[in-house]
Write a protein that binds this ligand. Structure first.
Ligand code: BGC
Length: 304
């Protein structure tokens, strides 16, 4: 069932099944809360204002390019695209005028909510007029997100959902048990820009079996199939399935009160960071007339 409400001045939609309640507002097409069997496991701020004063991208759809583009520029069709930089020399999460501050058009379509955003040519430096569509659907214990996009000129497109989770509901997430079936982890420099090397997921990066997180992460794992991760804590299991090629696992955010540091972890289905500067990474190129389509499914269940 889908209902319409308000969150501050913004329209908000509530998607509900017996197990799951997901609220999504038109600002940033942001998930403002996920409750599994009455427990808040997907984090959200108290007020709409909080979303405008923090920069954790909490629950938002990030675009046009999630994660970093090194040097804030990339080659496209024989010329260089220059982007505004918002993290030192680099462009993070699409740049300074980020999509989490945009008001999307939302409407109910059956059991889903469909959000669309028209990003004009040159938006934050990105070529082409891009129409992005993000569909949220709740079925049983699962929240499915479908990402789509169409552009009228060649461009890059690499959105993500930036939800943070805390499966116990409160406290640190460092004792959450995590499994990430990965083929490797991207080596990065001190600014978190990939060097191009894929390292084996060993030692601190070995999440081949469920084990406590234990320390902070802000790394891109190269996925090995559609199961991106499994997380267990507080009697709740979250699995994430996706056809994006990588997963950014991020624990270090200071989300503000009442979450504090390590109060949530983000598991972001993504293209590889800086993909437009690495011809050997899976391509984030979206050609004019081509249709972009990717999905992510977050499934919640009881864990012993
Ligand atoms: C990035 C972090 C960044 C954060 C911003 C994450 O996706 O990996 O490096 O600080 O987003 O909230």
């Amino acid at each position: 069932m889908v209902k319409t409400t308000k969150f501050g001045t913004y329209r908000q939609f509530i998607l509900e099944s017996e197990e799951l309640r997901v609220s999504v507002m038109e600002l940033g097409a942001t998930v403002t809360g996920v409750d599994y069997r009455g427990k808040r496991v997907g984090l959200g701020y108290e007020s709409a204002e909080d979303y405008l004063t923090h920069d954790a991208y909490l629950g938002a759809i990030v675009g046009r390019f999630a994660n970093r583009i090194g040097g804030g520029s990339f080659p496209l069709n024989g010329r260089r695209v220059e982007l505004p930089r918002n993290e030192g020399a680099n462009t993070l999460h699409g740049g300074p005028d980020s999509w989490d501050r945009r008001v999307w058009q939302g409407h109910i379509e059956g059991e889903s909510v469909l959000f669309t955003l028209v990003s004009p040519a040159g938006d934050n430096g990105f070529p082409g007029r891009l129409t992005a569509a993000v569909r949220y659907t709740v079925t049983g214990g699962a929240l499915r997100i479908d990402f789509e996009g169409d552009a009228d000129a060649d461009t890059v497109f690499a959105p993500t959902s930036h939800m943070y989770f805390n499966l116990r509901g409160t406290g640190s997430v460092l004792d959450t048990h995590m499994r990430i079936p990965a083929r490797g982890v991207l080596e990065v420099d001190e600014a978190l820009i990939p060097t191009g090397r894929v390292l084996p997921a060993e030692g601190a990066f070995d999440f081949s079996g469920l084990r406590p997180v234990g320390q902070n992460y802000d790394h891109a794992f190269v996925l090995d199939g559609s199961r991106a991760c499994e997380a267990v804590c507080g009697g709740v299991r979250l699995t994430l399935d996706t056809d994006f090629p990588a997963l950014q696992f991020y624990t270090g955010a200071f989300l503000g009160e009442p979450f504090g540091e390590n109060g949530g972890f983000a598991v972001e289905p993504e293209f590889y960071p800086d993909a437009p500067n690495h011809p050997d990474f899976p391509s984030a190129l979206l050609r004019a007339g081509e249709h972009f389509r990717r999905y992510a499914v977050y499934s919640f269940s009881d864990a012993e």
